[in-house]
Structure formats: structure tokens, C-alpha cells
Design a protein around this ligand. Structure first.
Ligand SMILES: Cc1cc2nc3c(=O)[nH]c(=O)nc-3n(C[C@H](O)[C@H](O)[C@H](O)COP(=O)(O)OP(=O)(O)OC[C@H]3O[C@@H](n4cnc5c(N)ncnc54)[C@H](O)[C@@H]3O)c2cc1C
Length: 326
């Protein structure tokens, strides 16, 4: 079995869960021999979500329930995954390389005493089981990673790398409930504060508009917020803008910020330092706006506009607004 640790929010599966299910399904079908896909769900699940997980590729659902799972508590969640693994006996265990998964995956692999390949972007079957591909040296190179004989092979999966399958409502999954007993919890997440109201999370955004040092101050980010509003995009930033205090760190893209993988990434007044590109170079389409025609960002851009952002951005916003109205 290939098991996916479902990531949920308010009882609903997040996009990364559907992405992992799609890849797990593809791998299971490629391997053949009736290899199954399992979804491990921790804590509350909204009505209808089990059916949705089935329609997205799961054959079996392992739902761990317990008072300790109401909000994220590392010890309880790692123990819950261990219990589900004991029951499901998967060959492969996938978790999201999200803020949450980056905390959980190493704890799970340590508890299971097996190896972890983190932030993977591709998988294939090799002679000894799964082989993963993961970026190294801030995205400058890729490593192929294999595991020793211990099972399951645990991997975390970079968000926005795989595309969720079209749901197939005829697919059904058996749901098994597992009770989590008492777990000593020393730390627990007690609340979340949304950083920017209506915008999607950077790691889940389809379109990102990012600004750099050329924004010159917090006020000019309004230009980018307008463009975000028209496009339904999420606002990002370079570290230079964050370090200057113009925008919160939660918007930072790059090696010491978030790793993003949107369909379209606008890099506006951003030079393209290696540490910034480490967080966005795998975006499907990159649009760079920079007044320096030799800026390194143009080397990886799909489309480049050499010009002053203070002229280009308002003009683009106006044109997008017109085009999208039509
Ligand atoms: C350990 C480490 C970790 C780091 N982590 C990160 C990270 O996570 N994310 C990150 O972003 N950086 C990170 N950095 C910093 C990184 O090295 C760069 O300093 C930073 O990315 C530069 O930001 P920038 O492109 O906005 O600024 P700059 O490099 O100063 O570029 C500004 C760009 O704006 C252009 N410009 C100026 N005016 C205009 C205008 N009017 N119109 C159009 N273009 C204009 C300029 O031509 C220039 O290309 C890290 C550095 C280190 C050492």
C-alpha cells in the first residue's frame, strides 16, 4: 500500500492531500499487482470528506480519532500516524512538505525508525522500491534518493508539484477507525492568525505577485495588492522587502521563506538572487518586471518586461481588469 497522511483544515482535505493522492494513485497503478492507496486522516473530518478522498484515489481510509487530535500537537499526531502505519502496513508513506508536514514527517520517520526523503518533486519505481527526486543546493541540482530495506519508505512531497485527479464519484473506500489512547502532549497549536484576509496561502496559491526592494517602502505594495485583487493572486515578497520591514515575513519567498510552485509567478522589482529563486524557480510560468535588462531573474523568466514597475504594473493591472471583465 501507498499511504498518504491527509492534511486537513477545519475537517476538509487541503489541496496538498489531493495532490499526494493523485501521485499515489499513479504510482500504485504503475506498479500493478493490486497495490492499494490509503489515506490516513488524523482528527475531525467533515461529513462527505471520506467520499471525496475515495473519489480522488484512496482505496482505504484509516481515520485516527482521539481527544488529543483536536488541534496540531506533535507528539499526538506522530503517535497517531504510527498507529495507522501499524494497521495499514504501507510500503510507502507520503506527507506534505508544508509547514505542518515539515514538522510532522521527521517525527514520524524517527518514531518508525525509517529514513525520510524530504521535499520530493518526482517519484519512480526502481529495483529496490521507490526512488525519489528532490532539489538540493537551493534548487541548483536534483538528487535521486533511494531507501534502505526498512519500510515504509517515508517521503514528504513539495506542494503544487502534482495535479489532483479529476474526482471519480464511483470510487468507494472502506473507512477504518482507530482510537488514539492517552498521549502525553507537551506542545499544542492553540490558534492561527490569518496574515492577509482574503488571499490564499502562498504555498497553495495559483498566482503569486511578488515585490522586491524596488517597492521602496510599504505604501507602494498597494500597487501589487491591486494587481493581486484583479488576478485573485496572493502577495509575495523578496527578503530585501521583508528585512526592510515593508511587509511581513509570512510573505517571503525563498530559501529562508516559503517554497512556492504556482501556475504564474510575477517577480516585480526583484533581481533574482539564488536564495530567492530557490523558492520560486519551479513555478510553471514566471513573469519578470525589472528595469535592468541584465537582471538574473530574466534567465529563468518565461516572459520578461524591461521597464519601470511604476509604469508597467498600473498598465498591466488596467489591461488585466479589462480583459477579465470581457
Ligand atoms: C542565507 C541567506 C538566505 C536568504 N534567503 C532569502 C529568501 O528566502 N528570499 C529572498 O528573496 N532573498 C533571500 N536572501 C537574500 C538574497 O540574497 C537577496 O539579497 C534578495 O533576494 C534581494 O532582494 P531583491 O531582489 O528584492 O533586491 P535587489 O537584489 O536589490 O533587486 C532589486 C531589483 O529591482 C530592480 N528595480 C529597481 N527599481 C526598479 C523599478 N522602478 N522598476 C523595475 N525594477 C526595478 C533592480 O534592477 C533590481 O534588479 C537570502 C540571503 C542569504 C545570505
Amino acid at each position: 500500500m501507498i499511504a498518504v497522511v491527509a492534511e486537513t483544515k477545519d475537517g476538509l482535505a487541503r489541496k496538498i492531500t489531493l495532490e499526494m493522492l493523485a501521485e499515489a494513485r499513479r504510482l500504485a497503478d504503475a506498479k500493478g499487482g493490486g497495490l492499494k492507496v490509503g489515506a490516513i486522516v488524523l482528527g475531525p473530518l467533515s461529513p462527505g470528506e471520506a467520499d471525496r478522498l475515495a473519489s480522488q484515489g484512496a482505496d482505504r481510509i484509516f481515520h485516527v480519532e482521539g481527544a488529543a487530535l483536536v488541534s496540531y500537537a506533535p507528539e499526538a499526531w506522530a503517535e497517531a500516524v504510527r498507529l495507522a502505519v501499524e494497521k495499514a502496513k504501507p510500503d510507502v508513506l507520503l506527507l506534505g512538505a508544508t509547514a505542518h508536514g515539515k514538522d510532522l514527517a521527521p517525527r514520524v520517520s524517527a518514531r518508525l525508525r525509517v529514513g525520510l526523503a524530504s521535499d520530493c518533486v518526482a517519484f519512480e519505481w526502481g529495483d529496490g522500491g521507490l526512488v525519489a527526486r528532490r532539489p538540493i543546493f537551493a534548487g541548483k541540482a536534483f538528487a535521486r534518493v533511494a531507501w534502505s530495506a526498512a519500510r515504509p519508505q517515508v517521503a514528504s512531497v513539495r506542494p503544487n508539484t502534482f495535479t489532483p485527479s479529476a474526482p471519480d464519484p464511483s470510487r468507494k473506500a472502506a473507512v477504518e477507525t482507530i482510537a488514539l489512547g492517552d498521549v502525553k502532549v507537551r506542545a499544542r497549536v492553540v490558534g492561527f492568525e490569518a496574515s492577509e484576509g482574503e488571499m490564499a496561502d502562498l504555498t497553495e496559491a495559483t498566482i503569486i505577485v511578488s515585490g522586491g526592494r524596488a517597492m521602496q517602502g510599504p505604501d507602494n505594495f498597494e500597487l501589487l495588492r491591486k494587481l493581486c485583487k484583479v488576478l485573485g493572486a496572493t502577495l509575495g515578497a523578496s527578503r530585501a522587502a521583508v528585512d526592510a520591514g515593508w511587509i511581513d515575513h509570512s510573505h517571503q519567498v525563498g530559501q529562508t521563506g516559503k517554497v512556492v510552485n504556482p501556475t504564474v509567478y510575477f517577480a516585480i522589482g526583484i533581481s533574482g538572487a539564488i536564495q530567492h529563486m530557490a523558492g520560486m524557480s519551479s513555478s510553471k510560468t514566471i513573469v519578470a518586471i525589472n528595469k535592468d535588462k541584465d537582471a538574473p531573474i530574466f534567465k529563468i523568466a518565461s516572459y520578461g518586461i524591461v521597464g519601470d514597475l511604476y509604469q508597467v504594473v498600473p498598465a498591466l493591472t488596467e489591461e488585466f481588469e479589462k480583459a477579465l471583465k470581457e
